[in-house]
Ligand binder design. Structure first.
Ligand code: 5GP
Length: 191
């Protein structure tokens, strides 16, 4: 998606450790006009899929998922990162290893808000090693929901998450795929 790639080129900052900072339009200040264009693009790409719910994970997924949900006309459920879990029967629970924070989170979704009747589009801001997505996929599986597709804003194509998810047969649409990035030479996108 050209406007997203242009924005990453203009405002993205490449940090040591394969981290791309996009705080100025996605992860801290949010450019909701850009989010709307991203939502429209996912709507176009998944037009043939009977999506009735969008699933994302806090915190950075929520903004883009909420704006995309307006295009789909469906509600959003976000998985909550939880330090201490009430081991009750009310939640689906999984563990996710954070790429940026180098720690493991427990993640929960209430059983009230996801079930076998759901046709889910999963949306998230970044795809790196795929841990966050695998956790969300695990939750949808436990819920008996159908995954209609996965929409990612920025995939780091040089990390294995995208390949692993596509190999599992999921339809994954990343709006920008970073092929390589370097603090000196900049960012190259996949054609
Ligand atoms: P994964 O679980 O695929 O390894 O990483 C995905 C999650 O880590 C995303 O939800 C995002 O919050 C965070 N993340 C991974 N790589 C980056 C990055 O380069 N920049 C930013 N801002 N977040 C990232």
């Amino acid at each position: 998606m050209k406007i997203l790639e242009d924005r990453i080129r203009r405002d993205g900052i490449v940090r040591e450790g394969n981290v791309l900072k996009v705080d100025s339009f996605l992860n801290h200040r949010m450019d909701v006009e850009l989010f709307r264009e991203m939502g429209r693009e996912w709507k176009r790409l998944f037009a043939d899929r009977p999506v009735n719910k969008i699933l994302t994970i806090e915190a950075s997924g929520i903004g883009i998922a909420a704006v995309a949900a307006l295009e789909f006309g469906v509600p959003v459920v976000f998985a909550k990162k939880s330090k201490s879990i009430n081991l009750d029967q009310d939640n689906y629970v999984t563990q996710i290893e954070s790429f940026t924070h180098h720690r493991t989170y427990d993640v929960i979704v209430s059983r009230k808000f996801l079930g076998p009747e759901d046709h889910v589009l999963i949306i998230d801001d970044f795809l790196a090693n795929g841990c966050a997505l695998q956790g969300l996929l695990q939750i949808t599986k436990e819920a008996g929901a159908t995954v209609e597709g996965i929409g990612i804003a920025i995939e780091k194509g040089f990390q294995p998450g995208g390949r692993l998810i596509r190999e599992q047969g999921f339809r994954l649409e990343s709006l920008a795929i970073v092929e390589s990035m370097d603090p000196e030479t900049g960012i190259v996108f996949r054609e």
